[in-house]
Design a protein around this ligand. Structure first.
Ligand SMILES: NC(=O)c1ccc[n+]([C@@H]2O[C@H](COP(=O)([O-])OP(=O)(O)OC[C@H]3O[C@@H](n4cnc5c(N)ncnc54)[C@H](O)[C@@H]3O)[C@@H](O)[C@H]2O)c1
Length: 265
């Protein structure tokens, strides 16, 4: 690609993945509402609030691919989620539709399916069961991606990311963890395949513990290399195992499924 746009580039995933994704394009256009100034020679920065349609239209101009990380990434007040994850997603897809439909990686979440029990293995045909306002906004984004694909031919990989951090941080994340390297390899395949369509993928490494089945997307040729199992002893030593009736054990979305995690305006 000539130019790859990464939104939300100042966040955790943007920070971890921008150098890993550098080989995908001559120029990486980083964007966030927060200013980034530690740019490499092949990076450029455009400050933009996703809720501003005109600014997003200018942001997408000249981009051949988009990795959409920007937005509210946990539960929060509806006004914030609405601006970043609802209006922001519409702004992004409208901008893409008008400007050559660059392929999009859409960062959806486990919280789009958070209310599936952990003892049920689900694949990418699972109907959404969001666990809060944040999860609802992710389901909205998935619907936008499908509609823009069916109606306009816009291609998107919808990635229901589990827990993409340096290491899994608790027992539930042993099932949901995805390493940065595995995510970068996934995104590389997403931009490499000749025809993408609009598949849903679960964003997890090749974990021994899991409740997701990615076999419907084997055709992508993505083979995650890491396994959270190597962190199990460390997590066991660092914290007690949660009780069998704890939300973190019952539900795929863990603590997001409790009403403690609900932020009012
Ligand atoms: N990291 C994970 O494990 C994980 C899991 C599931 C889903 N996701 C999704 O992946 C994406 C990236 O996650 P992250 O962990 O890097 O999150 P993060 O919160 O660290 O980064 C998100 C970035 O988006 C920016 N942002 C927020 N609102 C904005 C707006 N209105 N306009 C422009 N920029 C805005 C923030 O400034 C931030 O830099 C998010 O969409 C998140 O929902 C991440």
């Amino acid at each position: 690609m000539k130019r790859l746009l990464i939104t939300g580039a100042a966040g955790g995933l943007g920070t971890a993945l921008r150098s890993r994704l550098a080989p995908l394009a001559e120029t990486i256009r980083l964007s966030d509402k927060t200013v980034l100034d530690d740019l490499s020679p092949s990076e450029e920065f455009v400050q933009c609030d996703l809720g501003d349609a005109a600014a997003v239209e200018a942001l997408v101009q000249g981009c051949d691919g988009i990795v959409h990380f920007g937005g509210k990434s946990i539960e929060g007040p509806w006004s914030v989620i609405n601006n970043a994850n609802i209006q922001g997603v519409i702004n992004l897809y409208e901008a893409a539709r008008k400007q050559g439909k660059p392929r999009i990686v859409y960062a959806s979440s486990v919280h789009a399916v958070g209310f599936y029990p952990q003892d049920q293995v689900i694949d990418n045909t699972a109907y959404p069961r969001p666990d809060g306002l944040y999860g609802i906004s992710k389901v909205f984004g998935e619907a936008v991606a499908h509609a823009y694909h069916d109606k306009f031919g816009q291609e998107t990989a919808i990635v229901r990311i589990g827990s993409c951090f340096e290491e899994p941080r608790n027992h539930r994340m042993l099932s949901t963890w995805m390493s940065f390297d595995d995510f970068a390899a996934m995104i590389t395949r997403i931009f490499d395949v000749p025809k993408l369509g609009c598949p849903i993928l679960y964003g997890m490494s090749d974990n021994t513990a899991k409740f997701w089945d990615n076999s419907n997307v084997d055709w992508l040729g993505w083979k995650p290399q890491d396994d959270s199992e190597r962190y199990r002893a460390k997590i066991d030593a660092a914290m007690p195992k949660p009780a069998p009736d704890a939300a973190d054990v019952l539900w795929q979305g863990g603590l997001f499924c409790t009403d403690d995690i609900h932020e009012e305006e």
